[in-house]
Design a protein around this ligand. Structure first.
Ligand code: TXA
Ligand code: MG
Length: 358
């Protein structure tokens, strides 16, 4: 398939014409990759089961993994969600457009292929002018997972999408690099207590403040955390990790259970005091380089979580492009909610291979 690649970085007549064309492709059941403020999405008409199925094919993704439905107007929730609690109203007013996805019971008209067979639907209004205009022009809600091949790091630059999706879909819209850099916070509002199924840059503290009630994390999110408390200074073997994964509670967001974001390189996360980690890094790097391996170091300025989120996936892809064999990643502070969201991705990328430095 020929893929049309269109630059939409400027807001002008040409861009609006491209968005017209992209909207028509979506309306007719085709796929279009487009930028959002979090990561690039791979869109299809959310109410067209056949169109949505083709997303799974293009990504090579299991079809029990539900997609996020993107809207440009709150009124569109009416055709998607069976209920609209007051909490949803408050959150939409405070955070939409923005990196918050809300899970609610679905209306019958939403195809089960869109929701991965679940009776709930995940909805988000992206904070991106071109994305909003595209949804408007398509005239329907747009189901869109991240526009990467399944298992690869999420795309935060047009070049990432071009690398993964060329030849697989009819159109790629290339905008500026994604502002946020990691995917939206997914919040389940189907139970009494709002539950964060996937952490993001929008924190539970910010959500709780708007709701005036406490917000919890899906316990499955902590499973990785427990494993990291292994005092061993040896990086745990993948098999062991996968054994532990089986014993963890099943996550409520099915997407969280898959191996994700993996760079081609082996990746190890180093945890411990700054000094100890520094020393361990140096030693490991030297050891591996002595065997002829190319080693990359992934670290972010302590405390600058927004920048870390922004750069995270792009850095993983850059290591792969440089032919790095081993990525040594310095853990971020998980006690901070944004740090926790980044660590969620970092640990998955490393397949939970962690070295705890004493
Ligand atoms: O920032 C984002 O959310 C990006 C951009 C493109 O908007 N999209 C994205 O979609 O990350 P995706 O498909 O890669 O991730 C969707 C996540 C998965 O973890 C999935 O399991 C969860 O949302 N999810 C979707 N629908 C759900 C539902 N009905 N119940 C529980 N979890 C759901
Ligand atoms: Mg994804």
């Amino acid at each position: 398939m020929d893929t049309k690649i269109c630059d939409i970085t400027k807001w002008n007549k040409e861009t609006l014409a491209v968005l017209d064309e992209a909207g028509a492709i979506l309306r007719d059941g085709g796929l279009v990759a487009f930028p959002t403020e979090t990561v690039y999405g791979l869109g299809a008409n959310a109410l067209n089961a056949e169109a949505v199925s083709s997303i799974y094919t293009a990504k090579g993704r299991p079809s029990d993994n539900p997609l996020i439905v993107h809207i440009s107007d709150i009124a569109q929730c009416e055709m998607l969600a069976l209920t609209w609690p007051e909490s949803a109203d408050k959150l939409a007013a405070a955070f939409w457009p923005g990196p918050l996805t809300i899970v609610l019971p679905k209306k019958e008209g939403v195809p089960t292929v869109t929701t991965g067979g679940l009776s709930t639907v995940a909805i988000r209004m992206p904070d991106h002018r071109a994305a909003l205009e595209l949804i408007k022009k398509a005239g329907c809600p747009i189901a869109a997972p991240s526009a990467n091949l399944s298992g690869k790091p999420s795309p935060t630059k047009g070049a990432h999408v071009i690398a993964d999706m060329s030849g697989r879909i009819p159109m790629i819209l290339v905008g500026d690099d994604c502002k946020v850099g990691i995917e939206s916070t997914v919040l389940d509002l189907t139970d009494e207590t709002p539950l964060i199924l996937r952490p993001g840059i929008l924190t539970p503290e910010a959500i709780a403040e708007v709701l005036g009630t406490p917000v919890s994390f899906d316990p499955a999110l902590y499973s990785g955390k427990e494993w990291n408390e292994d005092p061993s200074t040896e990086a745990s073997a993948n098999d062991e990790i996968l054994e532990k994964e089986k014993k963890c509670p099943a996550p409520k967001a099915p997407g969280m259970k898959y191996k994700h974001y993996a760079p081609k390189a082996e990746m190890i996360v180093l945890k411990g005091s700054a000094d100890a980690v520094q020393q361990a890094l140096k030693k490991l790097k030297e050891e591996r380089e002595a065997t002829g391996q190319k080693v990359g170091i992934l670290f972010f300025l302590a405390g600058d979580f927004a920048q870390a989120a922004h750069d995270f996936f792009a850095k993983l892809r850059a290591f792969d492009e440089d032919g790095v064999d081993l990525i040594l990643a310095v853990a971020m502070d998980e006690a901070d909610s944004m740090g926790f969201a980044i660590m969620n991705r970092m640990l998955k990328s490393a397949s939970y291979k962690v070295m705890q430095i004493k």
